[in-house]
Design a protein around this ligand. Structure first.
Ligand code: HPA
Ligand code: ZN
Length: 334
């Protein structure tokens, strides 16, 4: 049986690096790892205390990505798994600064990632993310270096350590991106408060908020997000792993849906947080007692929030409406 069709709008390609691929790339490129046992490596993946404790492991592992084929293999593996999870459209983040700092050229990464997107069974595009902890000047330099490869990505985003690196610092680079006709999104309200979400909207002019789970603390912000139908790309298993919530039953996803917000469900870094988009759907369905109608709404929202044209959105939403949910456990056949 085919799974519920969804769009995945918040996934970092670097966060899809499964332990098995990490080991095989390390061997292929002669890169030292603390252990070559994928089970032991995967064990280290799950024990995080906050966002930074995850980012430390995530960045260190990326030293194994050296050649175009490495980027190809990483993206191809994600897109294969995403297709099996029901993803029919993927808008995939990549962090060029990490690879540039590892001595990898733009051409190498974007050629590999784009070729895998071209060959994939589902539609996929790339969104270039700036590492906010490296500051606005580095972001501007990165965008300038990326412009010769403009056709390889559809938008810009802002990720990495959030607290202390507010959106307003990145006003100029987002203006540059808008001038290039790029879409604009930003992580905000993952660990920092609603003020970061306000800034992402008002100063950067973003079209979507990545995470945004802390927005609920501010009723005026909730009213704004609802009135303007600003999408929030929520990642439940990520929030659980990084201790944004102490249990999934306390996750604000259902409250956000009930507040009329345009929320979507995504995997963020599936290799690290215990699952892909289907696993996230299954986990919240059970923990939050989501109804079939909630699941359908989340799937419809994902296409509405995506950067595809209106005709395509309508086609996918019709497919969601026609989907026989009663025979399916949110992306997983029962
Ligand atoms: N937040 C910020 N930066 C990130 C994340 C995240 O959840 N995943 C990968 N980079
Ligand atoms: Zn993220």
């Amino acid at each position: 049986m085919t799974p519920l069709p969804v769009a995945e709008l918040h996934v970092h390609v670097e966060g899809t690096l499964e332990a098995e691929l990490l080991v095989s790339l390390a061997r292929r490129n002669g890169v030292a790892l603390p252990t070559y046992d994928p089970v032991a490596l995967a064990g280290r993946y799950r024990h995080f205390t906050n966002l930074q404790s995850f980012l430390d492991v995530y960045y260190a592992n990326l030293a194994v990505l050296r050649a175009e084929e490495d980027f190809y293999d990483l993206m191809a593996a994600y897109l294969r798994r995403a297709a099996a999870a029901g993803v029919r459209r993927a808008e995939v983040f990549f962090d060029p600064q990490t690879h540039l700092n590892n001595g990898i050229g733009f051409e190498t990464m974007v050629n590999g990632l784009s070729a895998a997107a071209q060959d994939a069974p589902i539609a996929a595009d790339l969104i270039l993310c700036f590492l906010r902890d490296l500051g606005p000047e580095a972001a501007e330099e990165t965008l300038r270096a990326a412009l010769p490869f403009r056709e390889h990505f559809i938008g810009v985003g802002l990720d990495s350590a959030e607290v202390g690196h507010p959106p307003r610092l990145f006003k100029r680079v987002y203006e540059m991106a808008a001038g290039e006709g790029l879409h604009k999104v930003a992580h905000a309200g993952e660990e920092a408060g609603p003020d970061y979400v306000w800034e992402a909207l008002d100063v950067l002019g973003v079209e979507r908020i990545d995470h945004g789970v802390r927005a609920l603390a501010d009723p005026e912000l909730v009213a704004r997000l609802r009135a303007e139908r600003v999408p929030l790309t929520v990642c439940p298993l990520s929030n659980l792993c990084l201790k944004g919530v102490s249990s999934l039953s306390e996750h604000p996803l259902k409250a956000m849906l009930d507040a009329g917000l345009l929320v979507t469900v995504n995997s963020d870094d599936p290799a690290y947080f215990g699952g892909h988009v289907d696993d996230n759907f299954a986990a919240v369905r059970s923990a939050l007692s989501l109804t079939d109608e909630d699941l359908r709404q989340l799937a419809r929202n994902s296409f509405e929030a995506s950067f595809i044209d209106d005709g395509e959105k309508k086609r996918w939403q019709d497919a969601v409406d026609a989907f026989p949910l009663s025979q399916c456990s949110a992306g997983k056949p029962v």
